[in-house]
Design a protein around this ligand. Structure first.
Ligand code: RB5
Length: 151
């Protein structure tokens, strides 16, 4: 499975920890930055990672900022993205089973490294349930079709 990783300065340390963990576990990682703690703008990285997933260059995306909020909002503005901000393993599993989330957002300043890795593992190893959830996810994606294009 190919995974794109991105973060801002607030998520850099956790991104490095997750990258190491995923590489050890045999995942194909595309780390699109940042590569240090110099201050940057999280929308740039959330958007870039989301475009990577939406464009099928990666199967899934994991994005990290201080809270996970800003970078998840950015990712969710890209067509085709369902980015779930998770603070525990239950949310991670449910975001896959019910929402078919194709991106995971985490907050480095919110959760510890151990919990973050457990969330990542739960999220990557849980399948979408389909069935009635497929109809609901389709309705989610239909919302994108109602968005007005700027003239
Ligand atoms: C950066 O200071 C911080 O605002 C950012 O990492 C994130 O928490 C935004 O939602």
């Amino acid at each position: 499975m190919k995974i794109v990783l991105a973060c801002d300065h607030g998520g850099f340390q956790l991104k490095e920890t997750i990258k190491e963990h995923l590489v050890i576990n045999g995942y194909d990682i595309n780390d699109i930055g940042v590569y240090n703690t110099e201050s940057v703008d999280y929308p740039d990285y959330g958007k870039k990672a989301a475009e990577n997933v939406a464009g099928n260059e990666a199967d899934r995306g994991i994005v990290i900022c201080g809270t996970g909020i800003g970078i998840s909002i950015a990712a969710n503005k890209v067509k085709g993205i369902r980015c779930a901000l998770c603070t525990n393993e239950f949310m991670a599993r449910m975001s896959r089973m019910h929402n078919n989330a194709n991106m995971l957002a985490l907050g480095e300043r919110v959760i510890g490294k151990g919990l973050a890795l457990n969330i990542v593992d739960a999220w990557l190893s849980t399948d979408f349930e389909g069935g009635r959830h497929e109809r609901r996810v389709n309705k989610l994606m239909d919302i994108e079709k109602t968005l007005k294009v700027e003239e």
